[in-house]
Design a protein around this ligand. Structure first.
Ligand code: HEC
Length: 396
């Protein structure tokens, strides 16, 4: 029953998480687009009112006219829409999911004894420290003199992000490391909104309400943080879907793959931001494409037959029974899985035979199963499954 409730909480939190995530990222993409498409106002009266740029658009059968003020309108409107709950609810539901799946389920999803044999409290403690530490270090850097030099700051950030990916991958299971990498960046993004962007906006609105000129420093700081958020977006979205791709997180050099794909994501975003402003060089996208191609070429799986001679199904059945069917069965005995994960059941010879491709893929090629190597499969047993699969292919 408990696992069933956990499944439902997972489903609901995930659903809300991506709805609010779409709203957050969608509106932030929209405002960047808007900013970069503004034209000088046509009406002289608008200029006098302090309008700096305007834009006409048509959407859903209606015409929209947006105007951006140089600083603030002289009289504040009665209703002023803020965009903050999208970010907060995305972070809150994301944390809820992280805690539910990876902390509460640390034994299955976060800890991999073949990476680091951590106890549950230690693993969760380290994970929490990364989330808090990531923000503290990033925020201090932004406020330091380095924060004023964009190029130097980007270089330092890249080094820190590489260390983050490397460090996490030395501590946690591949999928646990990847999701925490995304959670550290996602936490920085939400904290940027909560601690810097919104308070700055609030001070600007307060000043405008008093008829004073807002402090431009607030605007500059908010801009810097929202630019960072823009570049974090694509890497974070990759990480959020990465647990479907064992070919990335289960690889020996998973940390390098993570850094490379994140870099490609940031470069693609660089191109889109530049394109909004007018003609942009396609170079960043070309480099991003080459990085992705290179990663794909380097991690292409190789099949090695370490064992020669024909291996029959009856020879691998004991391996499946001891390493897989605690979870992958019509009646799983593992407490975390009341039903076979992904619907994969390996109780009978027919089951095993019909799942041969996926068994080989998950156990030998990707080494993603047994998950977190909870049932401690040995390299010899993986080699045996490999040889069985090859014998089978040769017979066909
Ligand atoms: C402790 C529980 C557990 C054990 C033991 C385990 N698995 Fe899994 N397996 C899972 C979970 C959880 C998933 C779903 C993973 C996901 O959502 O990405 C899964 C998914 C799979 C899938 C489907 C993957 C896909 O995306 O198509 C296959 C195939 C699989 N396991 C095979 C195996 C084999 C073979 C073994 C034994 C060598 C094994 N598993 C051992 C928990 C387990």
């Amino acid at each position: 029953m408990e696992a069933y409730i956990v499944d439902w909480l997972n489903l609901l939190a995930r659903w809300v998480h991506f709805i609010t995530g779409i709203a957050w990222i969608g509106s932030s993409f929209y405002f960047i687009w808007l900013d970069d498409h503004l034209e000088a106002p046509k009406e002289a009266t608008d200029e006098e009112k302090g309008v700096g740029g305007e834009l006409w658009s048509v959407h859903g059968g209606g015409f929209y006219h947006s105007q951006k003020y140089h600083v603030a309108p002289r009289i504040l409107p009665e209703t002023l829409h803020w965009f903050k709950w999208e970010a907060y609810t995305t972070w809150i539901t994301g944390m809820f999911l992280l805690i539910l799946v990876y902390w509460y389920g640390a034994g299955v999803f976060l800890i991999d004894p073949s990476v680091a044999d951590l106890s549950v409290p230690l693993a969760v403690g380290i994970a929490a420290l990364f989330l808090v530490g990531g923000w503290v270090i990033y925020d201090l850097l932004c406020k330091s003199p380095l924060g004023k030099n964009d190029n130097a700051f980007s270089a330092v950030l890249m080094v820190l992000i590489t260390l983050l990916a490397y460090g996490l991958c030395q501590l946690f299971s591949g999928r646990g490391a990847y999701i925490h990498f995304g959670a550290v960046l996602g936490t920085i993004m939400a904290a940027n909104v909560f601690f810097v962007i919104i308070p700055g906006q609030r001070r600007m609105v307060d000043a405008a309400a008093l008829g004073q000129l807002p402090n431009p420093e607030d605007g500059i700081k908010a801009k810097q943080r929202s630019v960072h958020n823009t570049y974090f977006t694509l890497p974070v979205l990759f990480v959020m879907t990465s647990n479907h791709y064992a070919l990335t997180f289960a690889h020996e050099y998973n940390w390098a793959i993570l850094v490379a794909i994140s870099l490609a994501g940031a470069l693609i975003r660089v191109y889109f931001v530049a394109r909004h402003k007018g003609k942009a060089s396609p170079l960043p996208v070309i480099i991003a494409g080459l990085i992705l191609l290179l990663v794909a070429a380097v991690i292409v799986p190789k099949s090695r037959a370490a064992i020669t001679g024909t291996v029959t199904l009856s020879m691998i059945r004991p391996v499946i029974e001891s390493r897989c069917t605690t979870c992958h069965s019509r009646n799983p005995t593992h407490i975390a899985f009341p039903a076979a994960p992904s619907g994969v059941m390996l109780d009978t010879d027919e089951d095993i035979d019909s799942e041969a491709l996926r068994i080989h893929q998950q156990t030998v090629v990707l080494k993603a199963m047994p998950i977190g190597n909870l049932t401690r499969i040995s390299d010899e047993e993986r080699a045996l499954i490999d040889a069985w699969y090859l014998s089978r292919v040769q017979q066909e």
